[in-house]
Design a protein around this ligand. Structure first.
Ligand SMILES: *Cc1c(COP(=O)(O)O)cnc(C)c1O
Length: 407
């Protein structure tokens, strides 16, 4: 499957409608312009495209299959299919853009990749790409997430990366972004900040979207081969929005295909700080260098956010999602902690697939769609596998599902 990279958005300043752009200090703007120019150059370079395509095939294991989840389908009354990004090397979709960013950094002569990570998935994927391509790697991670996602921390260290804890505020993803940004400012010439989703200043929302578009491009061909039709619905969870835009991008012009983005409502939408539903409950504003829907307080500062899924607790969202919300092309809804954990066990026990808690949000929404009378097909982007989550889930929810913490 070839990358096509032919999208008419964003405009040359990185705007999707009124969202996106680049709201950063002037000295950084020069660096960003340099990254943009280099990227626009290499994305047309046949050598770069074949190098990346080769790694997708032989290193990541692409194409990832689509699986018809017949047991779930029978129980819930609609045909449910899974795009198996959980089967990728390193266990999630993030390797797709990390390899692209690492190759770009290498071509630009950078020495070090740096990034923030929430669940640790982006950190592991980036540390993997750095090891493969031959770059140093610093990963910034909230102290709370370091405890919760311990296996991923060890993985990053084995891969040769340095894990740097963020110790302020809630000590989760937002604080990790702040710390990584500080680290980046110390040496933006030799480091590339490999942003972990379709967020941040231009060109990152475009670039990460392009790298993730392989998911949708593959899915479109595979689904038609399997069923002789396009899916009626596509469902993906939305943290920053990269796995969602990755699968949506190939179908944006197919207006018969309903697109569903699922945000985390955590403990509930009523209380600030208890969810991370940036599109559903947020308003347009600027943070982390770009304009988008965001959860903000009176002063326009990012609000605290929460979700049981570390990879989803981010107070803003990729700017293209804000645009797609406003034009009504994607419908965004929410799934809470309890529903996600239910779906985590449901998929594990009916299909033998343990999903990442992030991806379980998308599964939960698909089950709701099916239960509420949707009888068209539903394709879920299963963004990652749940190995990283099993200890946390059993400790906190195991007794409700008949799983003893210790035997
Ligand atoms: C990081 C992560 C997400 C959320 O990130 P997006 O950019 O919204 O895709 C979702 N699922 C998994 C498995 C992740 O690791």
């Amino acid at each position: 499957m070839k990358n096509t990279f032919t999208f008419d958005q964003p405009d040359k300043d990185g705007f999707f409608g009124e969202y996106g752009g680049s709201y950063i200090p002037e000295q950084l703007q020069e660096i960003m312009d340099d990254i943009t120019a280099s990227y626009l150059d290499i994305r047309r370079d046949p050598d770069f495209i074949s190098e990346l395509t080769d790694l997708y095939t032989h290193f990541v294991g692409r194409p990832s299959p689509i699986f018809h989840a017949k047991n779930l389908s029978a129980k819930y009354g609609a045909d449910i299919y899974l795009k198996r990004e959980d089967l990728n090397h390193t266990g999630a979709h993030k390797i797709n853009h990390c390899l692209g960013e690492a190759l770009l950094a290498k071509k630009m002569g950078k020495k070090k990749l740096i990034a923030e990570t929430g669940a640790g998935q982006h950190g592991v994927a980036l540390a993997t790409a750095a090891a493969l391509v031959g770059l140093e790697c610093d990963i910034y991670m909230g102290e709370v997430d370091i405890k919760k996602e311990h296996p991923n921390v060890v993985r990053m260290q084995i891969l040769g990366a340095t894990v740097i804890p963020a110790t302020h505020g809630r000590k989760t993803l937002k604080e990790a972004v702040d710390a990584a940004f500080e680290g980046y400012l110390k040496d933006p010439i030799n480091q590339l900040y490999a942003i972990g989703s379709v967020v941040g200043p231009h060109p990152f929302p475009m670039m990460v979207r392009d790298f993730q578009s392989i998911v949708g491009n593959e899915a479109k061909v595979q689904f038609q081969e399997m069923t002789s039709a396009l899916p009626d619905n596509i469902v993906a969870c939305v943290g920053g929005g990269s796995n969602a835009i990755g699968i949506f991008s190939a179908f944006l012009d197919d207006t018969d295909v309903k697109l569903h983005g699922v945000e985390p409502s955590g403990h509930g939408l009523e209380q600030d700080g208890e969810h991370a539903a940036s599109i559903t409950k947020g308003s347009p504003g600027v943070m982390h260098g770009f304009k988008s829907y965001m959860l903000q307080d009176q002063e326009g500062e990012p609000m605290e956010v929460y979700s049981v899924a570390s990879g989803l607790d981010y107070p803003s969202v990729g700017p293209q999602h804000s645009y797609l919300k406003d034009i009504g092309r994607v419908s965004y809804s929410t799934v809470g902690d309890a529903e996600a954990i239910d779906a985590f066990f449901e998929l594990s026990r009916l299909e033998g697939i343990i999903p990442a808690i992030e991806s379980a949000h998308a599964i939960a929404h698909a089950l709701k769609l099916a239960s509420s009378g949707e009888n068209g097909s539903i394709l879920v982007n299963l963004s990652g596998r749940g190995d990283k989550d099993i200890d946390f889930v059993v400790e906190n929810y195991g007794s409700d599902y008949g799983v003893a913490n210790t035997l």
